[in-house]
Design a protein around this ligand. Structure first.
Ligand code: APR
Length: 233
């Protein structure tokens, strides 16, 4: 009897779009409203920490009001019912996967719900409204920052992600434009070990040519259908 396939899933901002959270590169997206170098780089934070903290406070408040959609719920169902390994990696910093019932979500770009001490790297639950200069509960330095991986910084949990990709039978990318590495390179790593690759996106991503199966529609439609297929074996 074939053992159940190991599945690695990568999600991006598109999975949260129908929950009302903005994507980055769509028409009018976050990177059309803000300059990346001002709000998503260590240099931007050093230059004007208040502007950066305000940017993430606004996104944290929006995420707090947002509800998971059918795509988040479908992935939680897959994690609960699939007999093989399911590794859920997200580039998103919202907590809609957790609100949708997913446990063990790998936030490779950090999380709005977490605060980080720039001095001692202690992490603790972020307040809805973070303030510049808040003291670290561990070392008391006034060096709080959003626990977000900015451009130029190293994504989190890469060893665990690469181990999962090395054993993947199926790799699915959902709601990501395939613009940002290393996430955009995961499909290549999955193909290298012979995994079946599927992209579920509203429009083709930059690396669409690397996917065996492309499902172009809203995640709230494509993801539940795909999960039902996988569970039906
Ligand atoms: N259903 C499915 N896909 C959607 C939907 C939807 N309802 N709405 C938008 N999309 C797709 C878009 O077609 C696009 O391909 O989601 C993708 C969003 O792409 P981006 O805005 O680039 O977001 P993402 O790929 O997650 O960005 C990756 O870039 O700025 C950094 O750290 C940030 O984690 C982010 C990373």
């Amino acid at each position: 009897m074939m053992s159940a396939p190991s599945i690695v899933i990568l999600t991006g901002a598109g999975i949260s779009a129908e929950s009302g959270l903005g994507t980055f590169r769509d028409e009018g997206g976050l990177w059309a409203q803000h300059r990346i170098e001002d709000v998503a780089t260590p240099e931007g934070f050093a230059r004007n920490p208040q502007r950066v903290v305000d940017f993430y406070n606004a996104r944290r408040a929006q995420a707090a009001e947002a509800s998971p959609n059918a795509a988040h719920a479908a992935l939680a169902r897959l994690q609960a019912e699939h007999l093989g390994d399911v590794t859920l990696v997200t580039q998103n910093v919202d907590d809609l996967h957790e609100k949708g019932g997913s446990g063990d979500v790998i936030h490779m770009h950090g999380a709005l719900a977490s605060a980080l001490c720039a001095a001692c790297e202690h992490r603790w639950p972020a307040r809805l409204e973070m303030s510049v200069g808040e003291e670290c509960p561990a070392c008391a330095a006034p060096t709080i920052r959003p626990d977000i991986v900015w451009f130029g910084e190293i994504p989190y949990h890469m060893e665990r992600i690469e181990r999962a990709l090395a054993n993947a039978d199926i790799f699915a990318a959902i709601g990501t434009s395939g613009n940002v590495y290393p996430a955009a390179g995961f499909v290549q790593m999955a193909r290298h070990v012979g995994a079946e690759t599927v992209e579920m996106n509203l429009e083709p991503g930059e690396n669409v040519g690397l996917f065996d199966d492309i499902r172009e529609s809203k995640a709230s439609e494509t993801v539940p259908n795909w999960v039902a297929e996988v569970l039906a074996g």
